[in-house]
Ligand binder design. Structure first.
Ligand code: RIB
Ligand code: CA
Length: 326
């Protein structure tokens, strides 16, 4: 089998980011080169510490973690403890990591790895796009150096989740999102349209809890918190969205979208009620989405809804390390 392309994950580790990392780390062939943190669910510093915790839990303390932007290009930052817990990991109180973040800032690490692996590096962005935008400013040639970018973010024909129009990752830094989506690289956008239809359930949590490995039990612990949030706030039944793990699986080529047209996507950066809205040109949907030339982004509009079973299957088989969760 051909070796997998090197991968850098940029995230705001949070509950679903942690599940995405555990999913990726469950693939022994995956070439995870680094994880960079960004503000969003927590501060960038806390996200880096959570990432180190997850990497150590999964037995991968060797993966470098770099701290990135702690606020948007406009200097704003809003965290989500009501969704992800005060610690960002569902208040599961994993011990402090043994390792520490690297001294290299996130944007510099992205540029460095892209130069070290010309045409081969894959980027997976699971938080606000501030680090990717900073990397583009550092190296305008980045779109030609990177193989593909997969982004969890946006809402195309779906309501937003932080405003009526905007999804959290885009809303946290619309200016950066606009820059990244229009940079001319090979982008796949995984919006709420699909992440809100791939649902984790109480049955999945039970299966993880029953598994007994520290990683699976940790996943069950953070999923409990996530299910509590989604049940009380979003769905009125005990299911939770599968945002970042689905984007990770699409980036890894494990999930093939049912419908993912290449269309132009823009972001509303105004100060009105549409701020942070992703506007995709889907007018060609009745003609089977004819080719579009302007900054096309592959927008995932439909998946088959079976991914959570595969996520839990992977996590139940995940080997892991020494830490345990109370
Ligand atoms: O809107 C969902 C996204 O916002 C996910 O990436 C979640 O982790 C938060 O960052
Ligand atoms: Ca995230």
């Amino acid at each position: 089998m051909a070796p997998k392309n090197p991968l850098l994950v940029d995230c705001d580790t949070g509950i679903d980011d942690a599940l995405a990392l555990l999913y990726l780390l469950g693939d022994p062939d995956l070439d995870l080169r680094a994880v960079t943190s960004v503000f969003g669910n927590t501060s960038a510093e806390a996200a880096a510490m959570n990432t180190l915790r997850v990497l150590e839990l999964a037995g991968r303390p060797d993966v470098p973690v770099a701290v990135g932007a702690d606020s948007s290009t406009r200097g704003t930052a809003r965290f989500a403890p009501h969704v992800h817990g005060a610690d960002g990991l569902g208040d599961t109180t994993l011990p402090a990591p043994a390792g520490a973040p690297s001294a290299t800032p996130a944007a510099e690490l992205i540029v460095r790895l892209a130069r070290e692996h010309p045409g081969r590096l894959d980027l997976l962005a699971l938080g606000p796009l501030t680090n990717l935008a900073a990397a583009l400013r550092l190296d305008p040639e980045l779109p030609r150096r990177v193989r593909q970018v997969t982004i969890m973010g946006g809402a195309i024909h779906h309501p937003g989740n932080v405003t009526p129009a905007a999804e959290a990752n885009i809303d946290n830094d619309p200016e950066s999102a606009r820059l990244v989506l229009r940079a001319g690289w090979d982008v796949t956008l995984v919006p709420l349209d699909v992440t809100m239809t791939e649902l984790l359930t109480e049955r999945h949590r039970h299966r993880l809890a029953a598994c007994g490995t520290p990683a699976a039990r940790f996943a069950a612990g953070i999923l409990r918190h996530y299910l509590d949030f989604y049940e009380s706030t979003v769905f009125s039944r005990r299911v939770a969205a599968c945002h970042d793990p689905l984007a990770a699986a699409i980036a890894a080529g494990d999930v093939s979208p049912v419908l993912a047209p290449a269309v132009a996507v823009d972001v509303d950066t105004g100060d009105g009620p549409g701020r942070g809205m992703t506007i995709a040109d889907t007018r060609g949907q009745y003609r089977g989405f004819p080719a579009q030339d302007a900054a096309p982004v592959c927008v995932v509009l439909r998946t088959d809804g079976t991914f959570p079973d595969r996520l839990v299957e992977r996590l139940s088989g995940a080997t892991a390390a020494s830490h345990d969760v109370a």
